[in-house]
Write a protein that binds this ligand. Structure first.
Ligand SMILES: [Zn+2]
Length: 314
C-alpha cells in the first residue's frame, strides 16, 4: 500500500514537472550598449510555455525605455517589466507593436497599466476590430488558460501611425518606425535606431535558416527586405529566434532564396510544367545546407508554385 502511494506521488511529481518544465524564467539579455531582448521558445503557444513563443526587445535611453513588442500574455509582460526595472529605474515610455498577432500583443495591457504609450500602424485597425481577432482571443482564453483569461483584452494603439516612416525622438535617440507591410501582415512595421545601428524586424527576418513562406506573398516580402536593408543595420532583433550581428548576410540569403523560388517555380507555372517535375529539376545546391531546408523547402516551393500561377511577373 505504501509503495502504491509512493508511486502515485512520483507520478504526480513527474506530471507536474513535465507540465511546468518549460516555465523557464524570462531573462533579459544585453546585446549591445543600451539594447536588450528576451527570446521566446521555438514552439507553438501552450499552457506549459505560457505562450512565450515570441521575442521582445527594449532600448534604455537617457529619458525612458522604449519596448518593441509586448509578448504573448499579460503575465509575461509583467515579468518583462520586472526585468526592465532590474536594469534601470527609468519608466517605459513607449511600446511599439510590430504587428497585431496574438503572440506579440497579448501583453500590451500590462505596459498600458504601467503608463506606457502604445504605438502601431493604422493598418492594424481592421484586424483589431474584426470578429477574427475576437474569436482568436476567446479561443486563447480556453487553450492558454490561465495565462490568457477573461481579463486579457485586445489593446488598441494610443497613437495609430499613418506615415510610411515615423520618427520618434526619445532622449538622445531616434526611433525610425518604418511601415514595411503588407508582407507578414498589412500593418508590419520595423523599428530602426540609427545611433545604435539596431533594427527590430518583427516577423520578416530569420537568422541563418530557411524561412517558412506559408501563404505570404513573397513579392511583397522581398520589397520589405529591400527596405530593411536600406537601413544597413549592424544588429537585428527579430520577432522569433536568435538575434543577428550579420543581418545584411541573413537578409540577402532570405531575399535570394525567395527570388530563386519565384524564378524556378514561376517558369514552371508559366510553362504548365507539373510541380514535382519542376521541383526535381531545380538546382537547390545554394540552399540545401541551410537549417530547416529539409523541413521547409518542398512546401515553400509548392506554395510559391501556386502563387506564381496567379502572378505573372517574376
Ligand atoms: Zn510572430
Amino acid at each position: 500500500m505504501a509503495k502504491a502511494k509512493l508511486l502515485w506521488v512520483l507520478i504526480c511529481v513527474c506530471w507536474f514537472w513535465g507540465a511546468h518544465a518549460d516555465e523557464a524564467p524570462l531573462k533579459a539579455v544585453q546585446l549591445a550598449d543600451r539594447v536588450w531582448f528576451v527570446q521566446g521558445q521555438a514552439a507553438l503557444g501552450s499552457v506549459a510555455n505560457r505562450n512565450f513563443i515570441s521575442n521582445a526587445g527594449f532600448v534604455v535611453t537617457d529619458d525612458g525605455v522604449v519596448v518593441v513588442d509586448a509578448l504573448g500574455s499579460p503575465a509575461l509582460a509583467k515579468e518583462l517589466l520586472a526585468e526592465i526595472r532590474r536594469i534601470t529605474p527609468q519608466p517605459v515610455r513607449y511600446v511599439i507593436a510590430t504587428h497585431y498577432h496574438a503572440d506579440h500583443i497579448y501583453g500590451l495591457q500590462a505596459f498600458k497599466d504601467a503608463g506606457a504609450t502604445v504605438l502601431a500602424h493604422t493598418e492594424a485597425r481592421e484586424y483589431l476590430n474584426s470578429d477574427t481577432a475576437q474569436k482568436r482571443l476567446e479561443a486563447s482564453r480556453v487553450e492558454l488558460f490561465p495565462w490568457i483569461d477573461d481579463k486579457t483584452r485586445l489593446v488598441p494603439a494610443d497613437r495609430w501611425l499613418e506615415e510610411k516612416e515615423t520618427r520618434l525622438r526619445v532622449g538622445s535617440f531616434d526611433f525610425v518606425i518604418g511601415h514595411v507591410g503588407p508582407a507578414h501582415t498589412v500593418e508590419d512595421v520595423v523599428v530602426y535606431v540609427p545611433q545604435l545601428g539596431v533594427l527590430f524586424s518583427g516577423d520578416l527576418f530569420f537568422r541563418g535558416r530557411i524561412p517558412y513562406v506559408g501563404q505570404a506573398d513573397s513579392r511583397l516580402w522581398i520589397a520589405s527586405l529591400n527596405r530593411m536593408m536600406q537601413y544597413q543595420p549592424k544588429l537585428v532583433i527579430p520577432g522569433h529566434g536568435p538575434s543577428s550581428s550579420e543581418p545584411m548576410a541573413d537578409m540577402t540569403m532570405t531575399r535570394d532564396y525567395l527570388l530563386y523560388l519565384r524564378k524556378t517555380m514561376g517558369e514552371a507555372a508559366r510553362n504548365l510544367e507539373p510541380f514535382e517535375d519542376a521541383y526535381a529539376r531545380a538546382d537547390w545546391s545554394a540552399f540545401e545546407k541551410m537549417p530547416l531546408f529539409r523541413v521547409a523547402n518542398h512546401m515553400n516551393a509548392y506554395n510559391t508554385y501556386l502563387l506564381m500561377e496567379q502572378q505573372t511577373e517574376p
